[in-house]
Design a protein around this ligand. Structure first.
Ligand code: C2E
Ligand code: CA
Ligand code: CA
Length: 635
């Protein structure tokens, strides 16, 4: 009989465990509400247990309340223990009978022992062993039997001798099993939490990640009282990729961790420091709303602290590394419809503008930046369609020797825009260079140039065509094979092709660059170093590269006859080129003076308005090689 009632009570406990899971997880972040609700729940369940008791003698009941209440204390802690014990005691008092006082004592003792074990559990990292659970059950029920002995008129002795063995055999076991059920639930919850960490935290630095920041931005916008003005700063490290390539990822990671430790103290409690991507951090700050008008000043002052801290050299092992950052700042809310992604985009726009101004500075977002970002976005979108729509046109600009004879041409792309007319490359190439669009565009130019080289009237001419290659295109893993493919497809002679590259290409993966250049050079393709003199490559660098030609930048060419410094620079470039047996192309020759200056010093190829302007490829071909050509058999 006792067994049947016990089974009923165990069933209740299992149901309780399930309800507990649901309630506890729904109320996890609700402060005091959770223990109160859980306490009431345990109290109610012990009452339910008491409703299906065995009545040993009139007014003396047995049920599972000792198990329920000890578990309430064990898993819920003191507050849950107290609340559930109060509920259960009130009900037991209301039932009355000879066992009332003893019954209430059992309730209090069970809950108290459970709460005591809760303390032990916390000390052992929130987990108890099976044996400890059993131990608690055993202890609770020995105490319970001891309390029973307090019953009057020898009743205590009778109860203990009749029910004692069953209680001591079964109740601790049940307590242990149900405890395991609860512990299992707690483990699951904990697992869901370390997962939470994965989803919201960055593993390298331990900082919150982009996802987390986006949610805090949303919270900021939802701030119902709108009492605060908030500021988002995006901190992007300057030239971090270079550092990573040069010193390796281990050093890069060390730097990021050291930087994190440095930034943490700059951020107050309640503010957020997050890591957004490899070399980008975000700081979210809050201030009373009246500061909104001064947000820009506040933003600048705050970002100055960050610049200063980031710029202090880092001691990493033997190395001392200095790094700077570009910071983009925006305040919010900006209007009623502000969204987290708008906020982020504003800060990003400002950050990029800080980068473009040379880095190591902060830029506060201003509205006209949005329109320029908008403009860039529109150009990119239109350009993507322009390539298949055949809106690009190839221009050629002649290159001539000292006598004015055409020895080649540079291929320069233009965009024949349906509304805007002929768009010069400087308005769209830099935008294309920010995405893979430049690869598509580069392939287009390459194909157009190779088609010209393969034409009958050009094929046997002793001339070269030069094609500009952007670093991003060159670094594309498929670059070499795409060039080979275009050569094969068009039938162009690779020994008539020159690829113009800039020093920007040599900044990263220099060994990869050399390998690719060498492969292409073995086909007879020449390489020309464009805009020479504007970058920082040392001439020793050049020795490692299969370069055949340098192009002196037009700024030096144009000023050389009048400016002693530029004249000296041009002279030394010419001397080195001669020493290294490189061809020299002078760009932007606009006057006879400039041409004469160059011709007096070395054998130079000229490219400039003084001789020829860029012109559509068809007219260039007709003028130079195609007098007798039949117009209808064009490419
Ligand atoms: P760049 O490679 O330095 O090309 C030379 C630029 O100087 C051309 O401008 C050319 O028209 C201009 N130029 C030539 N002679 C003179 C002169 O005597 N005086 C002055 N002031 N300028 C002269 P363009 O065609 O506007 O091209 C500008 C830049 O756009 C090019 O500079 C190149 O970096 C880029 N670009 C053009 N076409 C392509 C292409 O197909 N692919 C890539 N990646 N970039 C291209
Ligand atoms: Ca060029
Ligand atoms: Ca150039």
């Amino acid at each position: 009989m006792l067994l049947a009632e016990l089974v009923e009570n165990v069933a209740l406990l299992v149901a309780l465990a399930t309800i507990y899971q649901i309630i506890a997880s729904r109320t996890r972040n609700h402060g005091l509400a959770q223990p109160i609700i859980v306490g009431v729940l345990f109290g109610v369940v012990s009452i339910l247990g008491m409703m299906t008791p065995i009545e040993f003698e009139e007014g003396l009941f047995f049920d599972g309340r000792s198990i329920i209440l000890s578990i309430a204390g064990l898993f819920g802690g003191p507050l849950v223990a107290v609340i559930s014990a109060i509920f259960a005691s009130i009900y037991r008092a209301w039932l009355g009978g000879v066992g009332a006082v003893v019954g209430i004592l059992v309730i209090i003792a069970s809950a108290a022992i459970g709460a005591g074990f809760h303390y032990v559990k916390q000390k052992s990292d929130g987990r108890l062993t099976i044996l400890q659970f059993f131990g608690m059950g055993f202890f609770v029920h020995v105490v319970m039997l001891a309390i029973m002995m307090l019953l009057p008129k020898g009743m205590g002795y009778r109860v203990v001798s009749e029910l004692g063995p069953v209680i001591i055999l079964l109740y601790p076991l049940v307590t242990m099993l149900v405890s395991l059920l609860f512990q299992d639930y707690e483990d699951q919850e904990a697992g869901r939490h370390k997962l939470h960490k994965l989803a919201y935290y960055d593993s390298l630095t331990g900082l919150p990640n982009r996802q987390y920041l986006m949610e805090r931005l949303r919270d900021g916008l939802l701030d119902p009282a709108r009492e605060h003005c908030r500021l988002l700063m995006l901190i992007n490290l300057d030239r971090f990729k270079m550092l990573n390539d040069a010193r390796g990822h281990v050093v890069g990671d060390q730097l990021l961790r050291a930087l994190t430790e440095r930034l943490k103290p700059l951020v107050q409690d309640g503010d957020v420091l997050a890591r957004m991507s490899a070399d980008e951090f975000a700081v979210l700050l809050k201030t009373p709303l009246e500061y909104l008008k001064e947000a820009n000043v506040w933003g600048r002052q705050t970002s100055d602290k960050f610049h200063l801290s980031i710029k202090q050299p880092f001691e990493l092992g033997e190395d001392e590394i200095s790094i700077s950052s570009s910071i983009g700042i925006t305040s919010f809310p900006l209007g009623r419809d502000d969204t987290p992604s708008h906020i982020l985009r504003r800060a990003d726009t400002a950050m990029h503008s800080a980068k473009q101004n040379g880095g190591n500075q902060s830029v506060v977002f201003e509205l006209d930046m949005a329109s320029s970002a908008e403009h860039k976005y529109r150009i990119e979108r239109e350009l993507r369609k322009a390539i298949p729509a055949e809106e690009l046109v190839l221009y050629l600009q002649s290159q001539v020797d000292a006598s004015g004879k055409v020895v080649g041409a540079e291929a320069l792309v233009r965009w024949q825009h349906p509304q805007r007319g002929l768009v010069p490359p400087l308005t769209f190439i830099p935008i294309a260079e920010e995405s893979d669009l430049i690869t598509e565009l580069g392939n287009w130019t390459m194909t157009a140039a190779c088609r010209i080289l393969a034409r009958e009237e050009i094929f046997s001419q002793p001339i070269r065509l030069s094609v500009n290659i952007s670093p991003r295109h060159f670094h594309d893993p498929g670059f070499v094979s795409s060039i080979k493919h275009v050569l094969a497809m068009t039938g162009a002679d690779p020994t008539h092709l020159t690829l113009e590259v800039t020093e920007g290409l040599l900044i990263r993966n220099i060994n990869d660059v050399i390998a690719k250049m060498t492969q292409l050079a073995s086909l007879g393709i020449h390489f020309s170093l464009d805009d020479f003199g504007t970058g920082y490559s040392s001439l020793s660098y050049l020795k490692r590269l299969p370069i055949h030609e340098i192009k002196i930048d037009k700024s030096f060419v144009q000023d050389a006859p009048d400016d002693a410094d530029d004249a000296a620079l041009v002279e030394s470039i010419l001397a080195v080129a001669q020493h290294m047996q490189l061809d020299v192309v002078a760009e932007g020759v606009e006057t006879r003076e400039q041409a004469d200056f160059l011709n007096a010093r070395a054998k130079v190829i000229h490219q400039g308005y003084f001789f020829h302007k860029p012109e559509p490829s068809e007219s260039w071909i007709r003028k130079n090689y195609g007098l007798e050509r039949d117009e209808t058999t064009g490419q």
